[in-house]
Design a protein. Structure first.
Lengths: 272, 265
C-alpha cells in the first residue's frame, strides 16, 4: 500500500511524461491549444529536422560545449578537491561551505553578475581601461569564452563534491607506502592517487556533462547569437515557433544521445 | 600546488558574488560602477510590487513543493532502502533516479505534456500556473529527497527498530518513536534541498507555468533580457543575506542536535 503512492506518482509524473514526449514527437501539428493533434501519426517534425542541417549542428555544438565545460570543471575541480580533502579536518566543513555557498545565491543572479562584469561598459573593461591596458573596451560578453566561463561557474560545485568524497575515502597509507619505498611525489600522484580517484573523476565529469548538454540559460545570457545549442533550439521551437512536435523530437533525441553517459554515470554511482 | 588551485577556484566562484554584494550599495544607476554609498536600490526593490509579488509566490510554491517532495521522496527512499525485491523494482528505481539526470528542458517539456494530458482527460488542473509549477518542483525535489533519505535509512541500525518491536511496539509506534527521530535530520536536509531547487528554477517553471504563475526567477529572467539594472544587485545581496541566515540557523540546529546525541550516547 505504502509503495503504491510513490509508484503511482513516479508513473504519472516521470514515466508517462517521457512516453508522451515520444508520442507527440511523431504527431501532426495543428491549429489551436495545444498545437498538435492527439494520436495523428506524422513525420512532419522528423522531416523538418532532417531537412535543416541547423539541428544536426546544434547537437554537435552542444556536445562540444558540454565536453569542454566538463573538462574545464574537472581540471579545476581535481586540485581543489585534493586540497579540500588534505586540509586540516577542522577547516574542512568551512571550506566545503565556501564551495557550496555560491550555489545558494541564485543561478540567474550569478549569471547576471557575469553580464555586469563582462559587458563593454562593464566592471572588467573599467578596470582594464583604468589601468591603461586597453585603449577601448574589449568585447567580451556574448562570446564563446564568456559562455564557457558562465558554464564552469555554474557547474564547478557539481564536480568538486563527488571528487572530494572520493579523495576523502582514499587510503592515505597506500600513498605513504609508495613514498616510503622511494617514489617521488609526482610518481605517487600518477601511480596511486590518480588511478584510485579515476571513478570519482569520471562521475564528476559526467555530472557536469549531462546537464550541460541541455543547458539553455547560460548560452542565452552570455553566449554569442550563433551558439545555437540543443537547449536553445528546443526552447525556440517551443516558445517562438509553437512547434510542439519538433520540440518533443529534439527532447527525445537529446535523451537518446545522453542515454550512454547517463547509464555510465549510474553504474559509477552504484559501484560498491 | 593544489592549495593554490583551491584558492584560485574559490576566488573564481566568489569574485562575481562579492562584486555584486559591494556594488549593491552603490548609488550609480549603472550596475557595477561606484557612485558613492547608497541604499537607494534596496528602497527601489522594496517598492517594486511586481517583484515582491513574484517573490512571495515563489516562496509559497517552494515551501509547498519542498513539503510534498519530502513526503514523496521519503516514501521512495523508504521503499528503495527497506523493501527487498518486488515486482517492478528495477522500473521503480529507474523512475526514481530519472529526474536527477534528465536535462532541465526535457523535464520541463515532458511535465508540461503530462499536465496538458491530465487537463484533456480529467479537466484538472483547470489552469496552468502556481499549482503546476508546484507539482513539477515536487517531482524534481522528491528525486533528490529520495537519495538523501535512502542513504540515511540504509546507515541506520536496524537493531533499534527490532528491539522496539520485540518489546511490543506496533509498527506505527516503532516508526514514530524510533525511525522518524533518527531520520529527521535527513528529512530536514531533503526539505531544504527541494526548497532551494524550487526557488532557483527558471527552465522547468517556464515550461509548465501559465500566465497567472510568474515566479521570481521567471520575472528576473524576462527582465534580464531587457537589460541589467542595479536593482538586480540589491536583490542578490538580499537573497545572499537570507541564505546566509538560513544556513547559519541550520548549522546551529545541527550543532545542537549533534551535542544532544553526543550526550545521549
Amino acid at each position: 500500500m505504502l509503495r503504491a503512492i510513490p509508484f503511482g506518482w513516479l508513473l504519472a509524473f516521470v514515466a508517462v511524461p517521457c512516453l508522451l514526449l515520444l508520442a507527440i514527437a511523431f504527431s501532426a501539428t495543428a491549429e489551436g491549444v495545444p498545437p498538435f493533434a492527439w494520436g495523428r501519426f506524422s513525420l512532419e517534425a522528423w522531416a523538418t529536422l532532417t531537412e535543416d542541417s541547423f539541428y544536426l549542428e546544434a547537437f554537435l555544438r552542444s556536445l562540444r560545449v558540454a565536453f569542454t565545460t566538463a573538462a574545464l570543471c574537472l581540471a579545476l575541480a581535481f586540485p581543489m578537491a585534493l586540497a579540500l580533502a588534505r586540509a586540516p579536518a577542522r577547516w574542512q566543513p568551512a571550506l566545503v561551505l565556501a564551495v557550496l555557498l555560491p550555489f545558494w545565491t541564485g543561478f540567474l543572479l550569478r549569471m547576471a553578475a557575469w553580464v555586469g562584469l563582462l559587458r563593454d561598459q562593464g566592471w572588467l573593461n573599467g578596470v582594464l581601461l583604468g589601468l591603461g591596458l586597453v585603449e577601448e573596451p574589449l568585447p567580451m560578453l556574448y562570446s564563446t569564452p564568456a559562455m564557457l566561463l558562465g558554464m564552469v561557474h555554474a557547474y564547478l560545485p557539481f564536480a568538486v563534491l563527488p571528487l572530494y568524497a572520493t579523495l576523502l575515502r582514499l587510503d592515505r597509507g597506500l600513498e605513504e607506502a609508495a613514498a616510503d619505498l622511494g617514489a617521488s611525489a609526482f610518481t605517487v600522484f600518477r601511480t596511486i592517487t590518480l588511478p584510485l580517484a579515476a571513478p570519482g573523476a569520471a562521475a564528476a565529469f559526467l555530472l557536469v556533462f549531462i546537464p550541460a548538454a541541455g543547458e539553455y540559460v547560460v548560452p542565452e545570457m552570455l553566449g554569442p547569437p550563433e551558439a545555437q545549442l540543443v537547449g536553445r533550439a528546443l526552447w525556440g521551437a517551443f516558445f517562438q515557433d509553437r512547434d510542439w512536435p519538433l520540440a518533443c523530437l529534439l527532447a527525445v533525441l537529446l535523451l537518446a544521445v545522453l542515454v550512454l553517459p547517463i547509464r555510465l554515470f549510474q553504474r559509477l554511482e552504484n559501484r560498491p | 600546488m593544489s592549495r593554490v588551485a583551491l584558492a584560485l577556484g574559490l576566488g573564481f566562484l566568489w569574485l562575481p558574488i562579492l562584486l555584486l554584494l559591494g556594488y549593491a550599495f552603490s548609488a550609480s544607476p549603472i550596475p557595477f560602477q561606484w557612485g558613492g554609498f547608497s541604499l537607494r536600490w534596496f528602497a527601489a526593490l522594496a517598492a517594486d510590487e511586481r517583484l515582491l509579488e513574484a517573490a512571495w509566490l515563489s516562496l509559497r510554491i517552494a515551501a509547498g513543493a519542498a513539503s510534498l517532495a519530502t513526503v514523496l521522496g521519503g516514501l521512495v527512499g523508504w521503499v528503495l532502502a527497506r523493501q527487498g525485491a518486488f515486482r517492478g523494482r528495477v522500473l521503480f528505481g529507474a523512475l526514481a533516479g530519472a529526474p536527477l539526470v534528465l536535462p532541465e528542458v526535457v523535464t520541463g517539456l515532458s511535465l508540461l505534456l503530462a499536465f496538458v494530458g491530465l487537463q484533456a482527460l480529467l479537466g484538472w488542473p483547470a489552469e496552468r500556473g502556481a499549482i503546476t509549477v508546484l507539482l513539477a518542483h515536487a517531482t524534481l525535489g522528491a528525486a533528490y529527497a529520495a537519495v538523501v533519505v535512502q542513504s540515511r535509512l540504509s546507515q541506520l541500525d536496524r537493531g533499534l527498530e527490532e528491539a522496539a518491536a520485540d518489546l511490543g511496539a506496533t509498527p506505527a509506534q516503532v516508526f514514530r518513536t524510533i525511525t522518524l527521530p533518527l531520520i529527521a535530520p535527513a528529512l530536514a536536509a531533503a526539505w531544504l534541498l527541494a526548497f532551494t531547487l524550487s526557488l532557483d528554477d527558471v527552465v522547468v517553471a517556464s515550461f509548465v507555468s501559465g500566465p497567472a504563475g510568474t515566479t521570481l526567477p521567471m520575472l528576473l529572467f524576462s527582465r534580464l533580457r531587457l537589460g541589467l539594472t542595479p536593482e538586480v544587485n540589491a536583490l542578490g545581496a538580499a537573497i545572499l543575506a537570507l541564505a546566509g541566515l538560513a544556513l547559519g540557523l541550520a548549522a546551529a540546529m545541527l550543532h545542537r542536535s549533534a551535542r544532544h546525541q553526543g550526550k545521549a550516547g
